[in-house]
Each structure stands twice: as C-alpha cells, then as structure tokens.
Ligand binder design. Sequence first.
Ligand code: SF4
Length: 279
Amino acid sequence: MKVVVARHAGVCYGVERALKLASEAATTDGHVATLGPLIHNPQAVAALEDRGVGVASSLDDIAGGTVVIRSHGVDPAVVVEAEERGLAVVDATCPFVRAAHTCAAELAEAGYRVVIVGESDHPEVEGILAHAGGDALIVERAADLPARLPRRVGVVVQTTQQIGTLREVVEELLPRTADLRVCNTICSATAQRQTAAAELADGVDVIVVVGGHNSGNTTRLTEICRARNPHTHHVETAAELDSAWFVGADVVGVTAGASTPDVQIQGVIAAIEALSSDG
Ligand code: SF4
C-alpha cells in the first residue's frame, strides 16, 4: 500500500507564527496564557501547556502576566481591556485575518453594509464582525441572505472558507444590489490546501484527513475530499485509524488541516504503513 501526501498539507504560516510567538512568550514572560486554545488541535494545545502556555477562556481567568491573542484574531476591545488590566499582550493574529479586519472596516467606513461569509460561531468571524460596523451580517451560504438588502453591499469572507461558497453568495447578491464590492479574503494557504486535497482525492483509493475534530479548515478539507471520494476519513491521531478502511486499497492519500503539526501527520502515515506491512 502506497501513501501519497497532498502537495500542500499541514501547518500554515499563520499557525506556525502563532506557535512561535506563544513559545517565545513562555520562555521570556513568566505566566503566559492564550485566550482560547491557540489552535484547533487538542494535541498541539496540550504540548503547549506542557511548556507553560496555559489556556484561558476569558480575561477574567488571567490573574497577570502575558495574554496571547491567537491567529483567529479578536474584537479590538478585548486587546484594550487586556491592556487596561495590566496584562502584556502578544498579538498572534494572522496577517491574513488582519487583512479581513481591514477590508471589513474600510467597507463599513465607506458606507457599505458588510456581509461576512463564514461560520457565525467561529472566533475568527466574531473578530471580523467587530470590525464590520453595527449592521453587518454573517451568512454561511447564499440562502441565509435576507430578503431586503441595501443598494451598497460589501462582502468579506472567513479566511478558511471554500471559494465555491463565496461564489454562490456573490452570484446571489449581484442582481440584487446596485453597488457590490467583494474582498476575497480566503487565504492562499487555505486555497492551496483545498486544491491539493481535491486533486489527491481523485487519484487514491482511500483518503485520510488529519486534524482537530474542532478545526473548521480540517472539516472543510474532509468535505472537499468526501465529495470526490466516498472513502474519506477524518482523524485527529493515528489511534483513530481503522484497518478495515484500507482493505483492498493500493494507494492511500493523506492530507491535513492548517492547524495540524507535522509530527501528527507523520504519526498517521507511519501507522498506515504499519497496517500495510501487518496485512
Ligand atoms: S489558515 Fe490562513 S488565515 Fe488562517 S492562520 Fe493559516 S495562514 Fe492565517
């Protein structure tokens, strides 16, 4: 059984940067906590905790020291409040997420009603919303758009969304608005991983997607692969692999979300190869 890894898979620039900033803070800044899990990967978060980087669910949980803002970004009011409480702030907001904040703020400032394409309960989307003016709205798909819309609408998209979802929303808006502006804020790392996953899914017998079950971008990779290959499985670690998935398979594809460290991908590959040699 041959294992083929997607051309683009695993940790992206923004996650790598956030992990580095948090690790540096742990070695220099005493008590360090991230506001929410730094990335949507329980194993990586546990490894950080071992190195002294705790997880706080709110600023109230942080008695002092340093707070790390994760790559998803936050409402700017949170940073102001942290500073007012005397905390040192390490802002690991990904520059691509920051670009989405800037687009949303500029559209709102220019008088456009901002439509954010993304998951309403995702922390990144909450951060974009905080920059998008009081009347902004969030849609997950075109069908979520309201019946009445103003003349001027500006679209911003969660960095990890699929281009097809953005396209559907824009196509629905186009005939219904007089002045439509679109910021395609899907980040290049996401687009590359989704394209590579789709290519891979077409040419393999089984595909394994590695990443946190709570990771939105990993879940979307799984959806993309499953739409092309029904033998698609999403696992967080090698322990979840089932030998029955690989019966009769010659080629197994492996891809991974942007928050999946290389050590986890390698662990899954090694376990698949071991299943192969056992069989
Ligand atoms: S997926 Fe893109 S936007 Fe999100 S952290 Fe990675 S590089 Fe940044």
